[in-house]
Design a protein around this ligand. Structure first.
Ligand code: C2O
Length: 597
């Protein structure tokens, strides 16, 4: 895989002071605070990748006019290069953290009272290296993870018993539920420094560690539950939100408030069978919004985009390289933003200050449904690797040793501290588990072709800019009308760079659309133009510089999209950045077109 450090330059303008506007989703949050859904005002459905709300604010475009020559020149610097984040590090993998050095998270969300300690129990015991659970040659798979909506009463009783036993362990037992959620908190809220880089945290989100780290996390969690039950075939359920039958909070987590699978800190409006929208931005559908069937169709189209058209290369699906010495958050893969981040936010409780539990990384794993959510993420990695990109001759994994040898620490079912490496988790079967086979209805949910592609809305904005309104910029394409072979070798990618979030304790989301015509925003006809979304789950971070708590980059594969909307021969495209939630916290540095191998 090729990474260059080319960074396109952009015309810069002095920004007008961003208007202080409360984002729609935050207003909803305070409206819901302390009240149930029935008493909340009815709200428009703002989603479907185009919102009436955003369109309504288009009328007050600032009058920055982009000098087209500057845009073209600016893009020339790096656009033709393959894409990647700048690096300052030697090529070495992220090392397992030193547990003796675990410290309080750098910047926990303000409203968390009392020092929340994410650090796991550590009594100085030695570390053992991971070994696969079964030897080659024997039938390895002993655990089959079922879809949560398909399990029977016997399974639920067993699962409840296991979680109850885990919750009943002494709090300082590394296998206790209390310790289990801390493991997640510590790896995502800056509790560990990178070995040799005391000013850099270890962050396993928004980068290529996302899938493997969570795979191991679930692996050990599941084995601990099995051990407590004395049943080594016990397998976690998965929340099958990619199929209509699973597009609600799984009811097994909501049986009664005395169930150990229940968590009171969930959105009260989103109890089963309330339909999950994979484009959720903080507001729920109402009678004038889209119908249930349309929402399901839309969910399936989102799944198709995130799994297929947006996920043609490892870096686009798995996330960006992150090596020793790198800053956190080089960029998430397609699924990590959507639906991963969306489902976290949708599940968390808007009455809580930080959308606890699921809506904030520090608290997410306090909700047992976290593990079912991530089992589905893990399953989709397996589906992508074995069914979507299986013709790629091994090209579905990164070959970089800095990925394969990245290491983490987990406690196993015997309370031993185990060092694992990414390379150990790539073959799911050798880890001894599999997933129940269920249909993949999104596999043929291709976006429809716009009947007659209209004229793109005019690009009147310049970058950098704050997303307190829709921002539209013209972007040059270094190569138009490439051959099918060229497209297969190198995916064309819209790169949204210099994304800075000034307060990463708040959920932010924006959509990225290519050549969307004026007016399609209001009519909800923009889906075919939607390259994807950035959806960032709140978490603590080491503050990077004044005013910027989080910096990241987003990448969207657009070969299929450009063909579908008839723009493959164009030398310029208009990229619209449409804020859906917390846009006034987000600044965008630049947009360019690059290529991913
Ligand atoms: Cu580590 Cu879904 O988060």
């Amino acid at each position: 895989m090729e990474i260059s450090t080319g960074t396109p330059r952009f015309t810069s303008y002095t920004l007008l002071t961003p208007r202080s506007r409360i984002p729609y989703c935050i207003r909803l949050r305070s409206l819901l605070h302390g009240s149930m859904r029935s008493s909340a005002p009815r709200l428009q459905h703002p989603l479907r990748c185009i919102s009436r709300k955003a369109a309504a604010s288009d009328g007050d475009n600032r009058t920055n006019v982009v000098d087209r020559r500057d845009v073209l020149l600016g893009l020339g610097a790096g656009a033709a290069a393959a894409i990647g984040a700048p690096r300052r590090a030697l090529a070495a993998p992220i090392k397992a953290p030193d547990l003796r050095d675990c410290h309080a998270p750098e910047d926990l969300p303000e409203a968390i009272t009392g020092a929340t300690n994410c650090c796991p129990t550590y009594d100085g015991t030695g570390i053992v290296d991971f070994e696969l659970p079964v030897s080659a040659g024997s039938s390895p798979v002993t655990r089959v993870r079922p879809a949560a909506q398909l399990v029977d009463a016997e399974y639920v009783a067993k699962y409840e018993k296991a979680i109850r036993l885990m919750k009943d362990l002494p709090a300082d037992d590394p296998r206790s539920f209390e310790q289990q959620w801390r493991v997640h908190c510590a790896y995502c809220d800056g509790a560990y420094d990178q070995a040799g880089f005391p000013d850099l945290e270890i962050q396993i989100h928004n980068c290529w560690l996302f899938f493997p780290w969570h795979r191991f996390y679930l692996y050990f969690h599941e084995r601990i539950l099995g051990k407590l039950l004395g049943d080594d075939s016990f397998a976690l359920p998965f929340w099958n939100w990619d199929a209509p039958a699973g597009m609600a909070l799984p009811s097994i987590y909501n049986v009664s408030s005395s169930s150990p699978l229940y968590d009171p800190k969930r959105n009260p409006a989103h109890q089963p069978p309330f339909l999950l929208g994979l484009d959720y931005s903080g507001t729920d559908d109402d009678a004038s919004g889209i119908s249930r069937d349309n929402q399901i169709d839309e969910n399936l189209r989102i799944m198709y985009r995130q799994m297929v058209s947006n996920a043609k290369k490892p870096q686009l699906f798995l996330g960006q390289p992150y090596r020793a010495g790198d800053d956190a958050d080089p960029g998430a893969g397609s699924i990590e933003n959507v639906p991963h981040g969306i489902v976290h936010f949708w599940t968390g409780d808007p009455r809580e200050a930080n959308q606890e539990d699921m809506g904030n990384f520090y608290s997410a794993a306090r909700d047992p449904v976290f593990f079912a959510h991530h089992a589905n993420i893990d399953r989709l990695w397996h589906v992508w690797r074995s069914q979507i990109h299986n013709n790629n001759n091994g090209g579905f994994d990164f070959a970089d040793p800095e990925w394969l040898d990245a290491a983490f620490l987990f406690y196993d079912e015997e309370a031993r501290l185990v060092r694992v490496r990414v390379r150990d988790c790539l073959d799911m079967a050798s880890l001894g588990y599999a997933y129940q086979e269920v249909p993949l209805p999104w596999l043929d949910a291709r976006p429809t072709k716009p009947a007659s592609p209209g004229t793109p809305a005019r690009a009147l904005d310049a970058l950098p800019a704050t997303l307190d309104k829709t921002v539209r910029v013209a972007v040059a394409r270094p190569r138009a009308s490439r051959s099918a072979k060229e497209k297969e070798e190198q995916e064309e990618v819209v790169v949204v760079e210099g994304i800075q979030v000034s307060d990463c304790s708040r959920f932010v989301k924006f959509d990225v659309l290519v050549n969307v015509p004026d007016g399609d925003a209001e009519s909800g006809m923009g889906a075919a133009y939607c390259a994807g979304s950035v959806a960032l789950t709140p978490h603590a971070e080491k503050r990077k510089e004044k005013g910027a708590m989080m910096k990241t980059v987003a990448r969207f594969g657009v070969c299929d999209l450009l063909e579908n909307i008839g723009a493959d021969g164009d030398e310029m495209v208009v990229v619209s950045l449409v804020p859906r939630c917390g846009g006034e916290l987000v600044t965008i540095g630049g947009v360019s077109i690059g290529y991913a191998k």
